[in-house]
Write a protein that binds this ligand. Structure first.
Ligand code: FA5
Length: 340
């Protein structure tokens, strides 16, 4: 009986279709099945009363065991049949058996939203490399080797002299060289900095660069685009402030800060108790950068901005600590919707 039990377990582990299970049922419990015959072919006259009792109860146990196993195998064969559409072809559209659906990463959701907003304003979406030359990351942006602005973006260098892109501005001159003027483009991407990490600073974070070059572009165009952007992202009035900011590749340059949406402006660790989050540095493109991009600054002007995309996601979703985004903590990711 033990041999029959083991054989049944082996057969059922290989049974995939309802027909496989039916074959197993006939083999073990059918009229000429192994369990049925074990009962029929035993000569009870040779057994003592005690042996008869023990044999009968073990046989019943085996029958019950076989019936249970066959029922369970029939159920999983049915589900497997549904999953493969009745044939052996795999149908990837059948929902999985696990109820724990994944969710899009909040950075992905924010990226897609930005694509839609800017495409609505006629911007192309471009992508540049993560590993950059010193020329595109610094020099072509009017930041020569000895310029103190390099200190603000202390970073990771590769042994071959290339650099992990410290800001998406690194793609500005690439875009100008490739597409010329007029141009309207955003280029979101990851940035890397050797950074002391805290609630609002990561060593790996996202920015979204924006670039517009055309005839007669002014600060008024820049402000109009910023207003449209913030209106569409937050769907409500948010408080911002514009102050002068220095970046060697814009002139004039500004810092657009957002009133902290975590504390409402009263001060918290996320905004370093200041009530404001540095969100979108921006300005009119420096004529020298246009020249590096082979654009005539006498004919064209433009603006650029470097939106802190990860910080935008923090404000949009109320995330107090930037380190959660790259934490790999499922409890954090699960809180975001599964579909957009
Ligand atoms: C720049 O990176 C400039 N390239 C932005 C720019 C583009 C200015 C075009 C003018 C014209 P900054 O270092 O301030 O500037 O970074 C821009 C934004 O990225 C910040 O406002 C902030 O929102 C975000 N950011 C910067 N460093 C970090 C960090 N370590 N972690 C998370 N976000 C950061």
């Amino acid at each position: 009986m033990e041999t029959i039990r083991q054989q049944l377990i082996t057969d059922l582990s290989g049974a995939k279709t309802p027909q496989d299970v039916e074959n197993a049922r006939v083999k073990y419990l059918g009229r000429k099945g192994l369990i049925t015959l074990a009962a029929k072919e035993t000569d009870f006259s040779k057994l003592t009363a005690e042996e008869k009792k023990s044999f009968g109860s073990r046989l019943n146990e085996l029958k019950n065991f076989a019936a249970e196993q066959l029922a369970a195998a029939a159920e999983s064969a049915k589900q497997f049949g549904a999953a493969v559409g009745g044939t052996r072809k795999l149908d990837l559209t059948v929902p999985g058996l696990s109820r724990r659906l994944g969710a899009l990463h909040p950075i992905t959701t924010t990226l897609v939203e930005l694509h839609q907003i800017f495409q609505g304003m006629g911007f192309m979406v471009l992508q540049g490399p993560d590993i950059e030359t010193e020329y595109y990351n610094f020099e072509s942006l009017n930041i020569p080797n000895d310029h103190p602005a390099r200190d603000m973006q202390d970073t990771f260098w590769l042994t071959n002299g290339m650099v992990m892109k410290t800001h998406t501005s690194a793609n500005q001159v690439r875009a100008l060289e490739r597409f010329g003027a007029p141009i309207r483009a955003i280029f979101p991407g990851r940035c890397f900095r050797y950074e002391a990490m805290d609630a609002s600073h990561e060593n790996t974070f996202y920015q979204c660069e924006g670039l517009v070059v055309d005839k007669n572009i002014s600060v008024a165009n820049l402000i109009a685009v910023m207003k449209t952007l913030l209106g569409e992202v937050f769907h409500r009035e948010v408080k911002v402030r514009l102050r002068p900011g220095f970046f060697p590749f814009v002139e004039p340059g500004f810092e657009l800060d957002l009133n902290c949406l975590i504390c409402g402006g009263t001060g918290c660790p996320t905004c370093k108790e200041s009530g404001w989050i540095e969100l979108i540095p921006c300005g009119l493109i420096h004529p020298r950068v246009l020249e590096y991009g082979k654009i005539d600054p006498n004919e064209y002007s433009g603006f650029a901005f470097g939106l802190g995309l990860t910080r935008l996601a923090m404000m949009k979703y109320g995330v107090r600590d930037i380190r959660l985004f790259n934490s790999g903590d499922v409890r954090f990711y699960e809180q975001f919707v599964a579909v957009m």
